[in-house]
Design a protein around this ligand. Structure first.
Ligand SMILES: [Zn+2]
Length: 365
């Protein structure tokens, strides 16, 4: 055994060690390559999956329990959609499309009314006034023409600037808040159960805010010369409104079981308005504006009452389940009547402003 043999052995050992190292490195590289391929496959599958997922509309039976509210609307539901998909569904046909758009159009209309009154551009104000007056005239012609007809020739002119205008804008702000929150509610209520609960509460709070703020122009302008009555009625409706909002925000009353109770809270707030209304009629019985104001307010009351009847009875879809899924169901009709009621009240608010600008009062605030 020579030194030559020892060298051969050490060379052999070195080459085998190098070979093992190479194998290990190759194995590592292969593993990394496999991992990369796996990840690529996974991500492309995920991408394809997302792209292929069209978020199909489902039937009433396929809905999660929290969304099963109206069994007479059979199809075209969105269920558990991500927020992005829910947002863009504003441009898709489903059973909430018209619910979203009816109040969104109403909101845009009230933004127009507010801006035109704020910046005082006569042609714009005139346009919106004509639009509102036309609607109320149309209603009145068929409903109460015998009673109020003689007064409708009266011009609704722009009030003079010195009249206090904030109660008028409080009402416009309340209406915009209600209409916009309703649209948002109908758009996103399909996202998840917690979101659904939150959206429903915001929707009801919006309605309550609109009712409360509607009382501000009539009470403020009619009782402007009797501040004690003005403060009593305004604080009364505000306290009642806050009670309603707190009740609506409590989780217990947000369930389906309390649907009628929630509706009755709104009716109670509306009926509360009868007290200052009767009082105002007694005080201003001889005023020439009386008939036209009564006409507008009657149109408002009728609009809200008819709208609520549709909302509670679920007519017409209960007569033909599945026929009115996309268009014509009770909630859409309710929305339209809400806008008509708000427009009637806007018409009345203009008359209140006009009335106070002509008669005036020493106690202008
Ligand atoms: Zn609604």
């Amino acid at each position: 055994m020579s030194s030559e043999h020892q060298m051969d052995q050490s060379q052999l050992l070195l080459t085998s060690a190098a070979a093992t190292n190479k194998m290990i490195i190759n194995k590592k590289k292969k593993n990394q390559k496999n991992k990369k391929n796996k990840w690529r496959k996974y991500t492309s599958a995920a991408k394809n999956g997302a792209a292929n997922h069209t978020y199909d509309l489902v039937s009433f039976e396929e809905l999660p329990a929290y969304m099963k509210d109206n069994e007479y609307i059979r199809n075209y539901y969105r269920a558990n959609w991500p927020l992005k998909q829910a947002l863009f569904s504003i441009f898709r046909w489903h059973n909430e499309t018209l619910n979203v758009w009816t109040h969104l159009v109403g909101f845009i209309l009230f933004v127009g009314l507010t801006c035109s009154n704020m910046i005082q551009v006569p042609p714009v104000v005139e346009f919106f006034n004509i639009l509102t007056t036309w609607y109320v005239l149309f209603i009145m012609h068929y409903i109460v023409s015998c009673y109020c007809h003689s007064s409708f020739g009266m011009d609704i002119t722009l009030p003079e600037l010195e009249v206090t205008r904030w109660p008028f804008f409080v009402f416009l702000g309340g209406s915009m808040f209600c209409l916009l929150s309703s649209s948002i509610c109908h758009l996103f209520c399909c996202h998840s159960h917690p979101m659904n609960i939150l959206m429903l509460r915001i929707d009801y709070v919006g309605i309550a805010v609109m009712i409360i703020t509607s009382f501000f122009p009539p009470i403020y302008y009619i009782f402007q010369c009797s501040p004690h009555w003005q403060i009593l009625y305004l604080s009364g409706i505000t306290i009642m409104g806050i009670f309603t909002i707190v009740t609506l925000l409590s989780p217990v009353f947000s369930t389906n079981k309390f649907r009628s109770f929630r509706a009755s809270l709104f009716v109670a707030m509306g009926l509360f308005g009868l007290v200052p209304a009767v009082h105002a009629m007694v005080v201003n019985w001889d005023d020439p504006s009386r008939n036209i104001i009564l006409g507008y307010e009657l149109a408002m009351a009728l609009s809200y009452l008819i709208g609520t009847l549709f909302y509670v009875t679920r007519i017409p879809e209960r007569w033909r389940p599945g026929w009115f899924d996309l268009a014509g169901h009770s909630h859409q009709i309710f929305h339209v009547f809400v806008i008509m009621g708000a427009l009637s009240h806007y018409g009345a608010a203009l008359v209140f402003l006009d009335f106070r600008s002509k008669i005036g009062c020493e106690t202008n605030m």
